[in-house]
Design a protein around this ligand. Structure first.
Ligand SMILES: C[S@@+](CC[C@H](N)C(=O)[O-])C[C@H]1O[C@@H](n2cnc3c(N)ncnc32)[C@H](O)[C@@H]1O
Length: 278
Protein backbone atom coordinates (compact mmCIF):
# COMPACT_ATOMS: atom_id res chain seq x y z
CA UNK A 1 0.00 0.00 0.00
CA UNK A 2 1.30 3.47 -0.84
CA UNK A 3 2.21 5.86 2.01
CA UNK A 4 -0.73 8.20 1.33
CA UNK A 5 -3.22 5.32 1.30
CA UNK A 6 -1.79 3.96 4.56
CA UNK A 7 -2.07 7.41 6.13
CA UNK A 8 -5.64 7.86 4.85
CA UNK A 9 -6.62 4.45 6.21
CA UNK A 10 -5.13 5.12 9.67
CA UNK A 11 -6.45 8.67 10.02
CA UNK A 12 -9.87 8.35 8.38
CA UNK A 13 -11.72 8.48 11.70
CA UNK A 14 -9.70 11.46 12.96
CA UNK A 15 -9.24 13.82 10.02
CA UNK A 16 -12.24 15.43 8.24
CA UNK A 17 -13.09 13.52 5.04
CA UNK A 18 -12.44 16.47 2.72
CA UNK A 19 -8.85 16.73 4.00
CA UNK A 20 -7.91 13.08 3.44
CA UNK A 21 -6.98 13.84 -0.14
CA UNK A 22 -4.68 16.68 1.00
CA UNK A 23 -2.43 14.35 3.00
CA UNK A 24 1.18 14.12 1.76
CA UNK A 25 1.95 11.40 -0.75
CA UNK A 26 5.54 10.86 0.30
CA UNK A 27 8.57 12.05 2.23
CA UNK A 28 12.34 11.98 1.97
CA UNK A 29 14.58 10.35 4.56
CA UNK A 30 17.95 11.82 5.47
CA UNK A 31 19.59 9.76 8.21
CA UNK A 32 16.86 9.18 10.80
CA UNK A 33 14.91 12.34 9.87
CA UNK A 34 11.88 12.30 7.56
CA UNK A 35 11.43 15.49 5.56
CA UNK A 36 8.12 16.66 4.13
CA UNK A 37 8.26 19.38 1.50
CA UNK A 38 5.56 22.05 1.56
CA UNK A 39 2.65 20.36 3.35
CA UNK A 40 -0.78 21.65 2.39
CA UNK A 41 -1.62 24.49 4.85
CA UNK A 42 -5.16 23.08 5.15
CA UNK A 43 -3.79 20.13 7.16
CA UNK A 44 -1.79 22.38 9.53
CA UNK A 45 -3.78 21.28 12.60
CA UNK A 46 -3.04 17.62 11.87
CA UNK A 47 0.69 17.86 11.04
CA UNK A 48 1.89 16.67 14.45
CA UNK A 49 -0.45 13.69 14.33
CA UNK A 50 0.76 12.80 10.81
CA UNK A 51 4.39 13.07 11.96
CA UNK A 52 3.79 10.90 15.02
CA UNK A 53 2.03 8.34 12.86
CA UNK A 54 4.97 8.28 10.45
CA UNK A 55 7.38 7.60 13.34
CA UNK A 56 5.18 4.64 14.31
CA UNK A 57 5.00 3.07 10.86
CA UNK A 58 8.56 3.65 9.61
CA UNK A 59 11.21 2.19 11.93
CA UNK A 60 13.96 4.26 10.25
CA UNK A 61 12.29 7.54 11.22
CA UNK A 62 12.91 9.12 14.64
CA UNK A 63 12.14 12.74 13.77
CA UNK A 64 9.81 14.44 11.28
CA UNK A 65 10.35 17.95 9.91
CA UNK A 66 8.93 20.06 7.13
CA UNK A 67 11.18 21.99 4.75
CA UNK A 68 9.28 25.07 3.65
CA UNK A 69 11.96 26.91 1.71
CA UNK A 70 15.66 27.20 0.78
CA UNK A 71 17.13 30.69 1.04
CA UNK A 72 20.23 32.74 0.15
CA UNK A 73 23.10 31.76 -2.15
CA UNK A 74 24.19 29.36 0.64
CA UNK A 75 20.96 27.41 -0.03
CA UNK A 76 20.09 27.41 3.70
CA UNK A 77 16.94 25.35 4.32
CA UNK A 78 14.02 26.71 6.34
CA UNK A 79 12.96 23.79 8.57
CA UNK A 80 9.92 23.45 10.84
CA UNK A 81 9.79 20.73 13.50
CA UNK A 82 6.78 18.40 13.13
CA UNK A 83 7.22 15.42 15.48
CA UNK A 84 9.78 13.47 17.52
CA UNK A 85 12.95 14.72 19.16
CA UNK A 86 13.93 18.38 18.51
CA UNK A 87 17.16 17.73 16.64
CA UNK A 88 18.25 18.52 13.06
CA UNK A 89 21.71 16.91 13.09
CA UNK A 90 21.90 13.41 11.66
CA UNK A 91 24.15 10.94 9.88
CA UNK A 92 23.05 9.84 6.43
CA UNK A 93 24.56 6.81 4.66
CA UNK A 94 24.38 6.32 0.91
CA UNK A 95 26.63 4.43 -1.53
CA UNK A 96 29.08 3.48 1.29
CA UNK A 97 29.45 7.17 2.08
CA UNK A 98 28.82 8.77 5.47
CA UNK A 99 27.36 12.28 5.47
CA UNK A 100 27.20 14.13 8.77
CA UNK A 101 24.71 16.93 8.26
CA UNK A 102 22.58 19.50 10.05
CA UNK A 103 19.35 19.80 8.06
CA UNK A 104 18.66 23.24 9.49
CA UNK A 105 21.91 24.61 8.07
CA UNK A 106 22.72 22.63 4.97
CA UNK A 107 20.83 21.48 1.91
CA UNK A 108 21.01 17.82 0.89
CA UNK A 109 18.77 16.62 -1.90
CA UNK A 110 17.70 12.95 -1.63
CA UNK A 111 16.25 13.43 -5.14
CA UNK A 112 19.83 13.60 -6.48
CA UNK A 113 20.56 10.01 -5.38
CA UNK A 114 20.38 8.70 -8.97
CA UNK A 115 22.82 11.39 -10.05
CA UNK A 116 25.25 10.37 -7.28
CA UNK A 117 25.02 6.79 -8.56
CA UNK A 118 25.35 7.93 -12.19
CA UNK A 119 28.57 9.77 -11.34
CA UNK A 120 30.04 6.74 -9.52
CA UNK A 121 29.28 4.60 -12.60
CA UNK A 122 30.51 7.19 -15.12
CA UNK A 123 33.77 8.44 -13.63
CA UNK A 124 36.83 6.52 -14.86
CA UNK A 125 39.87 5.42 -12.88
CA UNK A 126 42.47 8.10 -12.11
CA UNK A 127 40.22 11.05 -12.94
CA UNK A 128 40.78 14.41 -11.26
CA UNK A 129 37.49 16.14 -10.49
CA UNK A 130 36.59 19.67 -9.50
CA UNK A 131 33.33 20.11 -7.55
CA UNK A 132 32.73 23.87 -7.79
CA UNK A 133 29.70 23.78 -5.41
CA UNK A 134 30.87 21.12 -2.99
CA UNK A 135 28.53 21.77 -0.02
CA UNK A 136 29.21 18.87 2.39
CA UNK A 137 30.39 16.66 -0.49
CA UNK A 138 26.83 15.88 -1.67
CA UNK A 139 27.79 14.94 -5.23
CA UNK A 140 31.53 14.37 -4.96
CA UNK A 141 32.15 12.39 -1.74
CA UNK A 142 30.47 9.19 -3.02
CA UNK A 143 32.73 9.28 -6.08
CA UNK A 144 35.96 9.50 -4.11
CA UNK A 145 34.75 6.85 -1.61
CA UNK A 146 33.80 4.37 -4.34
CA UNK A 147 36.62 5.09 -6.81
CA UNK A 148 39.93 4.55 -5.01
CA UNK A 149 42.13 6.12 -7.71
CA UNK A 150 40.12 9.34 -8.14
CA UNK A 151 41.11 12.72 -6.66
CA UNK A 152 38.68 15.57 -5.98
CA UNK A 153 39.06 19.29 -5.35
CA UNK A 154 35.86 20.65 -3.78
CA UNK A 155 35.21 24.41 -3.54
CA UNK A 156 32.74 25.77 -0.96
CA UNK A 157 32.26 29.32 0.34
CA UNK A 158 29.83 28.71 3.21
CA UNK A 159 31.88 28.20 6.40
CA UNK A 160 29.22 25.92 7.96
CA UNK A 161 29.06 23.66 4.90
CA UNK A 162 32.85 23.75 4.60
CA UNK A 163 33.30 22.57 8.20
CA UNK A 164 30.92 19.65 7.56
CA UNK A 165 32.77 18.89 4.31
CA UNK A 166 36.10 18.62 6.20
CA UNK A 167 34.46 16.46 8.88
CA UNK A 168 32.97 14.15 6.22
CA UNK A 169 36.28 13.86 4.38
CA UNK A 170 37.85 12.68 7.66
CA UNK A 171 35.05 10.34 8.67
CA UNK A 172 35.14 8.68 5.22
CA UNK A 173 38.95 8.44 5.44
CA UNK A 174 39.60 10.11 2.06
CA UNK A 175 41.71 13.08 3.17
CA UNK A 176 44.59 11.86 0.97
CA UNK A 177 42.39 12.21 -2.15
CA UNK A 178 39.72 14.85 -1.37
CA UNK A 179 41.11 18.39 -1.13
CA UNK A 180 38.65 21.00 0.19
CA UNK A 181 39.11 24.62 -0.91
CA UNK A 182 37.40 27.39 1.06
CA UNK A 183 36.26 30.39 -0.99
CA UNK A 184 34.20 31.83 -3.82
CA UNK A 185 34.64 29.52 -6.80
CA UNK A 186 34.93 32.56 -9.09
CA UNK A 187 38.43 33.13 -7.73
CA UNK A 188 39.34 29.89 -5.93
CA UNK A 189 38.85 27.27 -8.64
CA UNK A 190 42.25 25.92 -9.72
CA UNK A 191 43.05 25.98 -13.44
CA UNK A 192 44.15 23.40 -16.03
CA UNK A 193 43.99 20.27 -13.91
CA UNK A 194 40.62 18.50 -14.12
CA UNK A 195 39.08 15.78 -16.27
CA UNK A 196 35.60 16.63 -14.99
CA UNK A 197 33.85 19.59 -13.33
CA UNK A 198 30.63 19.37 -11.29
CA UNK A 199 28.37 22.42 -11.23
CA UNK A 200 25.52 21.30 -8.94
CA UNK A 201 23.96 24.72 -8.41
CA UNK A 202 21.12 26.48 -10.17
CA UNK A 203 22.26 30.11 -10.29
CA UNK A 204 25.49 29.71 -12.20
CA UNK A 205 26.77 32.88 -13.87
CA UNK A 206 28.96 33.28 -16.94
CA UNK A 207 32.12 33.88 -14.86
CA UNK A 208 31.61 30.59 -13.07
CA UNK A 209 31.07 28.76 -16.34
CA UNK A 210 34.34 30.25 -17.61
CA UNK A 211 36.07 29.01 -14.44
CA UNK A 212 34.75 25.50 -15.16
CA UNK A 213 36.28 25.61 -18.65
CA UNK A 214 39.54 26.96 -17.23
CA UNK A 215 39.61 24.09 -14.70
CA UNK A 216 39.66 21.43 -17.44
CA UNK A 217 43.20 20.33 -18.25
CA UNK A 218 43.17 19.23 -21.90
CA UNK A 219 39.76 17.72 -22.41
CA UNK A 220 36.94 16.68 -20.15
CA UNK A 221 33.37 16.97 -18.98
CA UNK A 222 31.38 19.74 -17.33
CA UNK A 223 28.17 18.58 -15.62
CA UNK A 224 26.14 21.77 -15.48
CA UNK A 225 22.84 21.64 -13.56
CA UNK A 226 19.93 23.93 -14.25
CA UNK A 227 16.24 24.34 -13.50
CA UNK A 228 14.65 24.79 -16.88
CA UNK A 229 11.16 25.06 -18.32
CA UNK A 230 10.69 21.78 -20.19
CA UNK A 231 9.86 23.54 -23.46
CA UNK A 232 12.51 26.25 -23.23
CA UNK A 233 16.10 25.07 -22.96
CA UNK A 234 17.49 28.22 -24.61
CA UNK A 235 17.88 30.08 -21.34
CA UNK A 236 20.16 27.41 -19.84
CA UNK A 237 22.07 26.82 -23.04
CA UNK A 238 22.73 30.56 -23.48
CA UNK A 239 25.62 30.47 -21.02
CA UNK A 240 27.25 27.62 -22.97
CA UNK A 241 26.83 29.48 -26.23
CA UNK A 242 28.22 32.67 -24.76
CA UNK A 243 31.30 30.73 -23.60
CA UNK A 244 31.66 29.09 -27.00
CA UNK A 245 31.57 32.42 -28.84
CA UNK A 246 35.02 33.88 -28.96
CA UNK A 247 36.61 30.77 -27.47
CA UNK A 248 39.35 28.74 -29.13
CA UNK A 249 38.10 25.63 -27.39
CA UNK A 250 35.53 23.11 -28.57
CA UNK A 251 32.56 23.19 -26.18
CA UNK A 252 29.75 20.78 -27.06
CA UNK A 253 26.56 19.78 -25.21
CA UNK A 254 26.58 15.99 -25.64
CA UNK A 255 23.57 15.07 -23.54
CA UNK A 256 20.79 16.67 -21.52
CA UNK A 257 19.61 14.44 -18.67
CA UNK A 258 16.53 14.76 -16.46
CA UNK A 259 17.53 14.66 -12.78
CA UNK A 260 14.05 15.31 -11.35
CA UNK A 261 10.78 17.12 -12.02
CA UNK A 262 9.95 20.14 -9.88
CA UNK A 263 6.56 20.59 -11.50
CA UNK A 264 5.00 19.46 -14.78
CA UNK A 265 6.80 22.40 -16.47
CA UNK A 266 9.97 22.93 -14.47
CA UNK A 267 12.67 20.30 -14.68
CA UNK A 268 16.02 19.89 -12.98
CA UNK A 269 18.31 19.01 -15.87
CA UNK A 270 21.99 18.19 -16.13
CA UNK A 271 23.82 19.30 -19.27
CA UNK A 272 26.79 17.04 -20.00
CA UNK A 273 29.22 19.24 -21.87
CA UNK A 274 32.45 18.02 -23.43
CA UNK A 275 35.32 20.49 -23.64
CA UNK A 276 38.39 20.04 -25.83
CA UNK A 277 41.06 22.66 -25.37
CA UNK A 278 43.26 24.00 -28.14
C1 LIG B 1 22.79 23.39 -3.61
S1 LIG B 1 24.29 23.14 -2.78
C2 LIG B 1 24.99 21.75 -3.57
C3 LIG B 1 24.00 20.64 -3.63
C4 LIG B 1 24.50 19.41 -4.27
N1 LIG B 1 24.93 19.64 -5.62
C5 LIG B 1 23.48 18.30 -4.17
O1 LIG B 1 23.39 17.50 -5.10
O2 LIG B 1 22.80 18.13 -3.17
C6 LIG B 1 25.21 24.43 -3.45
C7 LIG B 1 26.41 24.78 -2.63
O3 LIG B 1 27.19 25.70 -3.40
C8 LIG B 1 27.69 26.68 -2.53
N2 LIG B 1 28.00 27.87 -3.34
C9 LIG B 1 27.12 28.70 -3.97
N3 LIG B 1 27.79 29.69 -4.62
C10 LIG B 1 29.11 29.45 -4.42
C11 LIG B 1 30.30 30.13 -4.85
N4 LIG B 1 30.24 31.22 -5.61
N5 LIG B 1 31.50 29.62 -4.46
C12 LIG B 1 31.57 28.49 -3.70
N6 LIG B 1 30.47 27.81 -3.26
C13 LIG B 1 29.26 28.29 -3.61
C14 LIG B 1 26.59 26.91 -1.51
O4 LIG B 1 27.11 27.47 -0.33
C15 LIG B 1 26.06 25.48 -1.33
O5 LIG B 1 26.69 24.82 -0.26
Amino acid sequence: MKFKEKLQESLKEIIPKDLLDKLPSGYAIIGDIAVFRYLNPEIDNYKKMIGEHLILIDPQVKIVVEQIDTVSPYRKPVIVHVAGEKRTKTTHKEFNTIFNIDLEKITFSPGNKNERNHLIQTVKDNEVICDMFACIGNLSLPIVVNKPSVRIYGVEWNQVAFDFLKQNIDVNKVSNRYFPIYGDNRNSTPKNFATRVLMGYFDVDYNQFRCAIDAIEKQGWIHYHSITPRDNLEQSIAIVEQARDGSRHKIKVKEIRLIKKFSPRLHHLCFDIFVEKY
